[in-house]
Design a binder for this molecule. Sequence first.
Ligand code: ATP
Ligand code: MG
Length: 260
Amino acid sequence: MVKQVKIEARDVSMRFKDVLAIQNATCAIHENEFVAIIGPSGCGKSTFLYTIAGFEQITGGSITINGKPVTGPGPDRGVVFQEFVLYPWRTVMQNITLGPEIQNIPKAEAERRAQKWIRLAGLSGFENAYPSTLSGGMKQRVAIARALTYDPEIILLDEPFGALDVQTKNYMIRDLQSLWTEANKTILMVTHSVMEAVLLADRVLVFGSRPSSIIADVRIDLPHPRSLGDPVLQQYEDEVTRTLSAEVDKSMRMERRTVA
Ligand SMILES: Nc1ncnc2c1ncn2[C@@H]1O[C@H](COP(=O)(O)OP(=O)(O)OP(=O)(O)O)[C@@H](O)[C@H]1O
Ligand SMILES: [Mg+2]
C-alpha cells in the first residue's frame, strides 16, 4: 500500500530581515513516518519545524498538511518546543490537560488520558505542583507529556530530550518508540544526536549550513525496535555523522569569516 504524503514542503525559504535562514528546502513526509532532522547549530531546524507548526509564515515556497496549505497552528499538530513552554499559573496536570480542555473534552476523561503520560514521564506525585517548583528536566517531561496527551496526528519535537539525564532520556526514547509503533503517528523530530536520529527514525534529513536546505535524506532501513549494538545501525550512524561533520566544519568556517 502506498502511504499518503502527510507533510509536504516545496522550495521553502525563510528570511528574517537580513538573515536568510532556509533556502529551497524540499521534502515529503508520509503518514506514520518518523523523520529526524539534524544539522549544524543555527542552520534553521527549529525555524523549519515552526513553519510546519504554523507559528512562522514562510517567505517562499509552500507547505501543505494532508494536501492543504498551512495557514496557522492547528489541532492536527502537537509541538514540543526546544525551550519548554509551560504556563506558570497552571499545575502539572492543568498544563498537560490543556489540549483536551481546548477540545472541550470532559475534565475526568482529560485527566485519565493525562495519567498515562504522567506515569510514563515519571511525574506521578507531581500532578498538583507548579512549574516553578520543578527541575529543568521535569519541565521538559511535562512538555512532552502535554504533546502526547493532546493526541494529534502529527507530533513535532524540537530536541525533546536535550535537557534530560541519560537514564531518563533512555526511558523517554523507549516510550516515544512504543507510542509511535502503537499509535501510528507521524513524527518529525529535531535532534543534535545522530544516535537518537538513527535509533528512532525511518529517515534522517540532514540540513546544510545557512542558508540551509536539505542536503541528504538517509533512509534507515532497519526494523523497529532497534538495538544500539546493531552493527548496521552503527554504519548508518557513521554515514550520517560524516555528512554532518563536513557541514559543521563548513558552517564554523563561515561563522569565523563573518566575525573576522
Ligand atoms: N524570530 C527570529 N527573528 C530573527 N531571526 C531569527 C528568528 N528565529 C530564528 N532566527 C535566525 O534564523 C537562523 C536559524 O535559527 P534556528 O533557531 O532555526 O536554528 P537551529 O538550527 O534550530 O539552531 P540550534 O541547533 O542551535 O537550535 C539563525 O540565524 C537565527 O538567528
Ligand atoms: Mg533549534
